[in-house]
Design a protein. Structure first.
Length: 436
């Protein structure tokens, strides 16, 4: 099988190292088929550390590889939901080649149409590496749980966010401090917004949800909030209450049959299996009618870990055991909720930065009562020593509220934000104690 590889970055170079350096082993795994790296393309032809590509033709135009009749299969490891990545995948499928990609953004935006194109062409579009790196969650959903009805998918799908939250929990400092350290250590991008604002997790969740429930990939129906507003102090308060804060990606089918998809920082009970998933590790918990609960955990990123999943797809295609994946754009077995938060009910953690004067708590309680939200417990703390995050003269008040409907919680938060006694809008995080 003659493989054309577009992209020689973190994942592409790791893949190329295996294809040129581990040929015999891979040939055995591929049922005797030789996986030959027949052409590569990248933005520049610079040397890649530990990779000798002198015997592999470098092709400046990636589309020439996609259209080359001498190439059997194209691997796209460029990234981005539009531009050259999309063009390459489309061109290769149109040229009658199967494609392997790790590109979650591309799939989240265009997955349904690209999978339909692959199916029309009778070819495979494989993407094990696009969700949770080395963890074979696509295979588990598509093959291992083929006979199950899924109830819920919960994931920790972004290593950068999980690393930042874990570091704050370990006392490594404020959000800004741990982010700067993570950027230096290579665990966060120089522009970390796709990760910390929750979009990367949302891309992956949109893919998993479509596979789990049988609806088209619908990124626009994922409610997304990231972790920027979470402070080290919130993590400490949550720990005092018996919770860890995690950025969770959750898709579940409600009693009304609708699938709700959301990415949110949440308080998770300390004893929940996902609460102990730390640093850059990813994990996915699946709840299915026959299989029950399944927990998958492992490296969610990194060159070798992600190349492992790309290679698994290549081997599957070479031996002919890769089944076309359909995400039911024509006959969906589930419908997604356009407003996934509308009917959510739950307990919440609130942190309010208030002026330290009499009557403040009564004003806060009054707002909550007006929205039929009752307070379960309250913690008032002395002013925090981090005066940058918590400017002088205000104190944090932490509330836990009883179960309430999301629209009421949103309305109450909006009204609280207008109180003159509040220094900043309240932080509200859902408490996910029903995920066992
Ligand atoms: N890194 C991970 O741990 C990880 C994990 C899971 C999934 N993924 C996904 O895997 C894909 C690749 O990620 P990565 O981290 O390997 O990215 P990367 O290190 O940024 O590498 C991107 C590669 O694409 C090449 N490229 C960029 N624009 C190009 C163009 N117009 N034409 C041809 N080549 C072009 C770059 O060329 P130059 O080298 O010449 O600049 C580089 O080799 C992405 O979709 C990403 O989301 C990555």
């Amino acid at each position: 099988m003659r493989v054309g590889l577009i992209g020689l970055g973190t994942v592409g170079a790791a893949l190329a190292r295996q294809l040129v350096g581990n040929t015999t082993f891979l040939q055995q795994r591929a049922g005797g088929n030789l996986l030959t790296l027949a052409a590569v393309s990248a933005r520049s032809q610079k040397p890649r550390p530990g990779l000798d590509l002198t015997s592999v033709p470098f092709v400046a135009d990636p589309l020439a590889i996609a259209r080359d009749p001498q190439i059997d299969l194209v691997v796209e490891l460029v990234g981005g939901h539009d531009g050259i990545a999309k063009q390459v995948v489309e061109a290769a499928l149109h040229a009658g080649k199967s494609v392997v990609t790790a590109n979650k953004a591309l799939l989240a935006y265009h997955g349904s149409e690209l999978l339909a194109l692959a199916s029309k062409q009778g070819k495979i579009l494989a993407f094990e590496a696009a969700v949770a790196g080395a963890i074979p969650v696509i295979k588990v959903l598509h093959e291992g749980l083929a006979a199950n009805q899924l109830h819920r998918v919960v994931g920790i799908l972004n290593g950068t966010c999980n690393y930042l939250l874990t570091q704050m929990q370990a006392g490594a400092g404020s959000f800004d401090h741990v982010l700067a350290a993570a950027q230096q250590a290579g665990y966060a991008e120089s522009d970390p917004s796709t990760d910390i604002d929750g979009h990367d997790s949302a891309h992956k969740l949109a893919i998993l949800s479509a596979l789990a429930f049988g609806h088209p990939i619908t990124l626009s129906a994922v409610a997304i909030s990231g972790i920027r507003a979470v402070t080290a102090q919130d993590i400490t308060y949550a720990a005092e209450l018996g919770y860890h804060i995690k950025l969770l990606a959750i898709a579940e089918r409600g009693d009304d049959g609708l699938v709700r998809q959301r990415v949110q920082p949440c308080l998770l009970p300390r004893q929940h299996p996902l609460a102990g998933v730390d640093n850059v590790t990813n994990a996915v918990q699946l709840k299915a009618n026959l299989a029950g609960q399944i927990l998958l955990e492992g490296p969610g990123a990194g060159g070798d870990a992600t190349a492992s999943a790309v290679l698994a797809d290549l081997v599957d295609i070479a031996v002919g055991r890769c089944q076309p994946i359909s995400v039911a754009s024509t006959h969906p077995s589930a419908v997604v909720a356009d407003n996934p938060l509308e009917k959510l009910v739950g307990r919440c953690y609130w942190r309010l930065q208030v002026v330290d004067q009499p009557g403040v708590l009564a004003a806060v309680a009054g707002v909550l009562a007006r929205h039929q939200i009752s307070i379960e417990s309250l913690l008032q703390r002395a002013g925090h020593p981090d005066t940058q995050t918590f400017p002088n003269g205000n104190v944090p008040v932490v509330l836990i509220t009883h179960r309430a409907l999301e629209p009421a919680l949103v309305a109450a938060a909006d009204e609280l934000a207008k109180l003159p006694q509040l220094h900043q809008p309240p932080l509200r995080l859902r408490i996910e104690d029903g995920l066992a």
